[in-house]
Structures are given as C-alpha cells and as structure tokens.
Design a protein around this ligand. Structure first.
Ligand SMILES: NC(=O)c1ccc[n+]([C@@H]2O[C@H](COP(=O)([O-])OP(=O)(O)OC[C@H]3O[C@@H](n4cnc5c(N)ncnc54)[C@H](O)[C@@H]3O)[C@@H](O)[C@H]2O)c1
Length: 243
C-alpha cells in the first residue's frame, strides 16, 4: 500500500480530531482510536478512505494489541503513531480518590506505553517510523489546574518519550512530544469563566490556543523536516512558559 498509515489515539475529539484531520490532509490513512464509538464512526463516515475508526481503550492491553495487529494486517505498515488520548480529574490532593488518580495514570501513561511498545515492535522491523506523544505544560510545571494526578502523569509521559527515543534511535525510529497549554477543547471547557480569564491573562499572546495549532506541530514532527529531532518535547503555549 502506497498510502502512509498513522494511528492517532483519542483521535475523534478536540486536539486528537484536529491531528486526525491534519494527517488525513497530509495524505495519511489515519486509524483513529477512541472509546467514543459514536463520534469515531461519524468521523470515519465523513472521511471515507482517509479515516478508519477503531474502538479502543488505550489502557487495555488487549485493545491496543488488537488495533496494532489489525492495522498492520490490513495495511502492512505503520508509519506514525500519535499518543494523544488523555484524561484529567480535577480535585485537590485531599479530595481525589485513589481510583481516579490511578485512572489518570492508566490512560495518560500506561496507554501511551502500551501503544509505544506494540507499535515500536512493528517500526523496529520496518526500521522506520515516528511517534509523537501529546503531553502538557503540566508535565514540566506540575499541575496548575488542581489535578494532582495529571501533572505527574504528563511528567512520566515526557520521561517515556525520552526513554523510547533512546531505545528506538538505533532502529531509525524517532520519538518526540508536544506540550500544549490552554487549548480550546472540551477538556478546557470545564474551566469557570473566571479561571479561563486568569489563564488567558497569564499567556503573553492573550488567547487560548486552537487544536489545529497543536496538530500543525505534530504534523511537522512527523515530516522529513524533523528527521534530526528525537527525544524533544515542543511547547505550544502562547509564550506562557519559555524554557
Ligand atoms: N485542552 C488543553 O488545554 C490541553 C492542554 C495540554 C495538554 N492537553 C492534552 O491533549 C490531549 C487531548 O486533549 P483534549 O483537550 O483534546 O481532550 P478531549 O477531552 O477534548 O479529547 C480527548 C479524547 O480522548 C478520548 N479518550 C479518553 N480516554 C480514552 C481512552 N481510555 N482510550 C481512548 N480514547 C480515550 C476521548 O474520548 C476524546 O475523544 C490530552 O492528552 C491532554 O492531556 C490538552
């Protein structure tokens, strides 16, 4: 098959949907994986031949193995993986239930690990492939929106990105991350108006980011122009953190 194949997790809403559409526009056949089957099927129906949908909970290894196995069996290649699926549980450390803290790690870290592990197997054999993990500014700063599992999970994801980047480099497989902040999606729609205002006020560019602006950076990291970048986590934050 001539078409390049990308797997995008959480690929049917918010940032993930924007990534799916950007890669489809780039000429990829995108396998969008998500727990939301209704949205997934609607997106695949909107983009026949460009987007295929797989129902998948990234925290379940059997789901991840099935997606990777079926994708490879169907298309005989996997060129790109974007680990975008992520959840947040907004509670103070005092209030958060241990099960909720665990759930955040299960999706944000274990999910990305499982997809990296099983896709890397294919990419190692191909001796080529690119992975992008969608992290967050909270991985660098600790969480700033009262979600005590979220920041630590994204810090772990950043360490996972660097670990896989080193491990996969000898096989020609490139692994990077993006660290967005304050992007207008359903996740950020949970903020109160007051909180949204104070977040925007602290951003030098004085606005929220758009999902398409994260997708553009992912698209760049998957392009040949980024062939000498690996283990990097690129900020997409309107200048809020300049490191
Ligand atoms: N929105 C922001 O401001 C922001 C900032 C920094 C980082 N991020 C990160 O960007 C990514 C996307 O965020 P978003 O704002 O688009 O979120 P969103 O909630 O709008 O969309 C997330 C998508 O992931 C899917 N999903 C959730 N759990 C899943 C699971 N277990 N398996 C498969 N799919 C699952 C959801 O169904 C949904 O389609 C996340 O990793 C998030 O942490 C977002």
């Amino acid at each position: 098959m001539d078409k390049r194949i990308a797997i995008v997790t959480g690929g049917v809403a918010g940032i993930g949907r924007a990534i799916t559409l950007a890669l489809a526009e780039e000429g990829y056949l995108v396998v969008a994986c998500d727990v939301n089957a209704e949205r997934g099927q609607a997106l695949a129906a909107e983009r026949p031949g460009q987007v295929a949908f797989q129902r998948c909970n990234v925290a379940e290894e059997s789901d991840v193995q099935r997606v990777v196995r079926e994708t490879y069996a169907t298309y005989e290649r996997i060129d790109a993986l974007v680990n975008n699926a992520g959840i947040i549980r907004r509670r103070t450390s005092e209030e958060i239930k241990t099960a909720d803290w665990d759930a955040v790690f299960a999706v944000n870290v274990r999910g990305a690990f499982l997809f990296c592990k099983h896709v890397a197997d294919v990419m190692k054999r191909q001796r080529r492939g690119k992975i992008v993990n969608v992290s967050s500014i909270a991985g660098k700063l600790g969480d700033i929106t009262s979600a005590p599992g979220y920041g630590p999970s994204k810090a772990a994801l950043d360490a996972l990105t660097k670990t896989f980047a080193r491990e996969m480099a000898p096989y020609g497989v490139i692994v990077n991350g993006v660290a967005p902040h304050a992007i207008a999606t359903e996740m950020s729609a949970e903020w109160s108006e007051e909180k949204r205002k104070s977040i925007v006020e602290a951003i030098p560019l004085k606005r929220l980011g758009k999902p398409e602006e994260v997708a553009a950076v992912v698209r760049f990291l998957l392009s040949p122009g980024a062939d000498f970048i690996t283990g990097e986590i690129i900020d997409v934050n309107g200048g809020f953190l300049m490191d």
